[in-house]
Design a protein around this ligand. Structure first.
Ligand code: SF4
Length: 529
């Protein structure tokens, strides 16, 4: 993964005088960040006293507070830890406010899931392979060989099409753990149990033996989840670095959430700008287990957006788009031509959101030499530095995926034109496949799960466009299912904040002319002169 840009960023980090570095502000890839993050701290860490994280944990445990602010994952980690008899992360609290609650389900899927990286066993084998007396090598080598072989067999057998897949979107595949894989897992668990003892017996370093024991224990716990796979949705996932991981999430996650989070006798305020579909919270309650709470405990309220979308927004839905099919060259060409026209009508200042990385890159490289009037930016996975450059450009055009669709603040004129290439229907994944099996009728499943998720995401995306009272923006939807005869038009227009709708590109150009100040139409260089 070492590219020139990454090496430059790492070199910059070395020169940072302040010991505090916000990883979100760096250009490091998630792969590198995952290696910087500490999974488990050791009491022997030389930075223990100065460590911000440790001091933060201590402060969290103080009784002297009116309220504490933290993220969803930390709250869930506290609940999960308590269940397992671990030390709490907070003192007891009397009420909880969950802001940005539409992200709670994703946080829960992360926190309650298990991920077993294909390299985990190799790291354990390496850790147990050094500094031992030669006399014990045979016994140790047998165990190490068994762990490596079982790991290889399990991943080879379950990887299926993923091992050869080069289509980036298809990075998950549902798996069935059969009797043969189970047998390998059991053999591996036995070897993992013995390894730390054999290592220590043969003169392994005490400290290293402790670490080895912990890692073996962690991996054995994961194996136990996959051996009990009847209660879990299991899948194989291919990371950005091309490595495989076996993943599992409990089938009854909503019931677990109900027990851990909602059944406690404390009040909760659950709030978000995009939690309901037209004021209806049924989907959210169902997915997060809140539906199991007594109706008398729940009060609901839904308020319209505080922003004046009616005057400051315009929806543009062209009528000439073909059905969205990325295998259809005619469709791809139509997307490119439409983007060219919209960007020129809006004078840049555009964020284009894609649901497919492949299509995003195809369109970006297809337009690179044609859209020369504005700086263009392509946002790969997790590259937040690109957003900063886009913001600084003043009038650029950013090609981005889902990750830029929420949680990133692009207030002001820089985002005056948002293009949604395709309606953001949820991508089928093993969790959705499982949910699908709970419905006898596909239409009901579509009504209860697929359409609400698409509408909620669409509202989140549209929410990127107007972030302050004075912001003005055009929202273009290039999916013909939103057009006049489109299947989802009525639901989409009922869900989005109320604002004028047009299919005339001239209206887009007029809107921008009417709403924007002179400085908007100067490019950045002119403005600086
Ligand atoms: S104690 Fe702090 S500095 Fe040491 S490993 Fe843990 S997080 Fe890092």
């Amino acid at each position: 993964e070492a590219d020139a840009g990454l090496l430059l960023e790492l070199a910059k980090l070395q020169g940072v005088e302040d010991s505090r570095i916000d990883l979100d502000d760096t250009a490091l890839t998630p792969y590198v960040k995952a290696r910087i993050n500490v999974l488990r701290c050791s009491r022997s860490c030389p930075y223990l006293v100065l460590c911000r994280f440790m001091n933060f944990q201590k402060r969290c445990m103080t009784e002297k507070f009116d309220f504490q602010i933290t993220n969803h994952n930390y709250v869930l980690a506290d609940l999960i830890g308590r269940k397992q008899g671990k030390r709490p992360l907070f003192p007891a609290y009397g009420a909880i406010v969950l802001d940005e609650a539409h992200k709670l389900l994703d946080a829960a899927r992360q926190m309650y899931s298990t991920a077993w990286d294909e390299q985990e066993a190799e790291r354990i084998v390496r850790l147990g392979a050094v500094n031992v007396r030669m006399t014990g090598m045979d016994e140790l080598a047998v165990l190490q060989g068994r762990i490596t072989e079982c790991n290889r067999q399990i991943f080879d057998r379950l990887a299926g099409e993923l091992s050869g897949s080069h289509i980036r979107e298809e990075n998950r595949t549902e798996i069935m753990i059969g009797p043969v894989e189970r047998r390998y897992m059991k053999h591996m668990a036995e070897a993992l149990e013995k390894l730390p003892f054999v290592y220590q017996k043969n003169g392994g370093q005490e400290m290293r033996a402790q670490g080895l024991k912990r890692r073996c224990h962690d991996l054995t716990d994961k194996l136990a989840v996959f051996l009990d796979s009847g209660k879990f949705i299991c899948w194989m996932e291919k990371g950005e670095n091309g490595r495989l991981a076996l993943c599992a999430v409990p089938m009854e996650l909503e019931q677990i959430l109900y027990r851990d989070l909602w059944s406690r006798p404390i009040p909760a305020i659950i709030t978000s700008g995009t939690m309901s579909v037209r004021g209806d919270f049924t989907h959210f309650k169902k997915m997060t287990g809140l539906a199991s709470a007594a109706a008398a405990r729940i009060q609901e309220t839904s308020k319209p957006s505080p922003f004046d979308f009616q005057n400051n927004g315009l929806i543009y839905i062209p009528e000439r788009m073909p059905f969205p099919n990325i295998r259809d060259e005619r469709y791809i060409r139509a997307v490119m031509e439409e983007i060219l026209r919209i960007v020129s009508a809006a004078h840049g200042h555009t964020l284009i959101l894609f649901t497919s990385y492949w299509l995003m890159e195809r369109v970006y490289y297809g337009l690179k030499d044609r859209l020369t009037a504005y700086p263009l930016f392509l946002m790969g996975r997790g590259r937040l530095d690109v957003i900063r450059s886009f913001r600084r450009s003043g009038n650029g055009v950013l090609f981005a995926s889902d990750s830029a669709g929420e949680g990133i603040d692009l207030a002001g004129d820089i985002l005056s034109c948002l293009i949604i290439v395709k309606l953001p229907f949820p991508v089928p994944d093993p969790v959705m496949e499982y949910q699908r099996t709970l419905y006898e009728d596909f239409d009901l499943y579509r009504r209860d799960i697929i359409i609400p998720e698409m509408l909620i995401k669409l509202r989140q995306w549209v929410g990127r466009g107007i972030r302050r009272e004075e912001d003005t923006a055009v929202f273009s939807i290039l999916d013909n299912r939103a057009s006049l005869r489109g299947r989802y038009r009525a639901e989409i227009l009922n869900t989005l904040p109320s604002m004028p709708v047009t299919d005339r590109l001239g209206d887009v150009a007029d809107f921008i002319m009417r709403k924007k100040a002179d400085s908007y139409f100067m490019d950045k260089e002119q403005e600086q002169k």
